[in-house]
Design a protein. Structure first.
Length: 185
């Protein structure tokens, strides 16, 4: 399932459109945190890994495939924001020019955008990726392994706007409270 609807109820006074942009390498905990944020914020969870498998049942991870996946995710994100919904967009989003597309989508919808950069110690990332290969979690759509992590970490560019940095080895409560405040503005 490429989109997951949260069941968390909100009164109309609490809930407004907003975009949470997850940024991080494979194994950084961004998808796990994205699922927790989606549920806590009553947001649509839009995951590039799930959309990729929906569009390409046997993905090859080519640049053309990645472009098609992100284009489709951007369309879905824009549609949800235009409907006044909250969206947690879960993709690596490591390059600023790709994040700029998301900033523009949020701006056109007049919705706040909050960037959440996830990290964990490299030993934790290595353990998570090894466990992913050994014990498939049905909620984890990623195929990325240690080799992919090492390649993608070199592509990470600094985030050029205010953002939240989250150590994913800690509980998500503080970031959930922060994002509730930020999205209510």
């Amino acid at each position: 399932m490429a989109e997951i609807e949260s069941s968390t109820p909100y009164s109309s006074g609490e809930r407004c459109a907003g975009l949470v942009i997850m940024v991080g390498t494979p194994g950084s905990g961004k998808s796990y945190l994205g699922r927790a944020l989606s549920d806590a914020l009553g947001a649509l969870l839009l995951q590039t890994d799930a959309v990729r498998k929906e569009m390409f049942p046997e993905p090859r991870y080519t640049p053309e495939e990645a472009r098609a996946v992100y284009d489709e995710c951007h369309r879905r994100c824009a549609r949800a924001l235009a409907q006044g919904r909250r969206v947690v967009f879960d993709g690596t989003n490591l390059r600023e020019r790709h994040r700029q597309t998301l900033y523009d989508i949020a701006d056109r919808a007049k919705a706040p955008a909050v960037v959440v950069v996830t990290y964990a110690p490299e030993a934790t990332i290595r353990t998570r990726l090894r466990q992913r290969a050994e014990n498939r979690d049905p909620h984890d759509q990623s195929d990325a392994d240690w080799t992919v992590y090492r390649t993608l970490r070199r592509q990470a560019e600094p985030v050029c706007r205010p953002h939240v940095v989250v150590n994913t080895t800690t509980r998500p409560g503080p970031v959930i409270r922060l994002l509730r405040r930020e999205l209510a503005r």
